[in-house]
Design a protein around this ligand. Sequence first.
Ligand code: ATP
Ligand code: MG
Length: 310
Amino acid sequence: MGTAVRVRGLRKQYGDTVAVNDVSFEVGKGEILGLLGPNGSGKTTTVECVLGLRRADRGEIEIFGADPRREPAKVRRLVGSQLQDSALPDRIKVWEALRLFSSLSPHGPPWELLLDEWGLRSRRTTAFGDLSGGQRQRLFVALALVNDPRVVILDEMTTGLDPAARRVAWELVEAVRERGTAVLLVTHFMDEAARLCDRVVVLTAGRVVAAGTPAELVAAQTRSSTVRFTARDPDDLDYLRQVAGVARVQRSRDRVEVTGSGPLAARVAHALVSHGEEPLDLRIELPSLEDAYLTLTGTTAGHLDAARRG
Ligand SMILES: Nc1ncnc2c1ncn2[C@@H]1O[C@H](COP(=O)(O)OP(=O)(O)OP(=O)(O)O)[C@@H](O)[C@H]1O
Ligand SMILES: [Mg+2]
């Protein structure tokens, strides 16, 4: 696959705050890597170091072999980015911003194409200051793609987008990956990460606490699943407690919930059928990336503790 971005032992401190602490990861060509973690866990600091906008205290960063601090011009040609705190002058019009950015990168796609792809054509003469939050966000992502980058860094790309725009953004990012571009995607949306990311890295308090495919994280963090059904004979279900892997059977009238591990649905279904119970609505609830993420980052995330103390 080939490595596009390599980060090794990255550390960044602001005064007493260690924002990023020994973070390492790689993004391959044609891969979407998700950077996940609670507020204040160091995601934006990490991508700002990768972009060369901040000087790391320690560690190595390479973008196709180039160091963002020592070879900023080369890195600028290779990378497109949408930053969390992006801003443009209030009076600049949408088309002017796109034309300006694309004039700096003559090899990129025609900017009119980006106007259409990101649903901005009807807003082309609108001043930046008059755009809605979601329209600004779309403009920033379009600007990130203006130089036909080989690495795209998106920090909360879909925050503030309406559901339809979110779907469109996902498809466009997938199309960017298809071209062999490496994507580093910071997001708080676990459905987005599960849908888009080939691999994810989870940060808490500046450290990597987990890395792998979304499926690997789910498998490693959440061992239990839940099977639900409506029973015809709800008083006679004691046999379910003997089924291998079953940890708990709960009942509310004829509604039954079985929690456990392993191939739970298959075993429960088998036991039910062999006792003459054949529910029509048997369904399994598998743990999601969000469940795994919450287990990993803890339910009392550091930022909430800080907020309570403050
Ligand atoms: N310029 C700065 N000066 C001082 N501290 C900073 C600065 N930027 C960030 N920090 C601190 O560094 C830590 C990491 O911040 P960062 O913005 O990287 O987090 P994040 O993971 O992107 O959070 P969010 O999900 O809220 O965007 C936080 O504790 C933050 O307060
Ligand atoms: Mg951030």
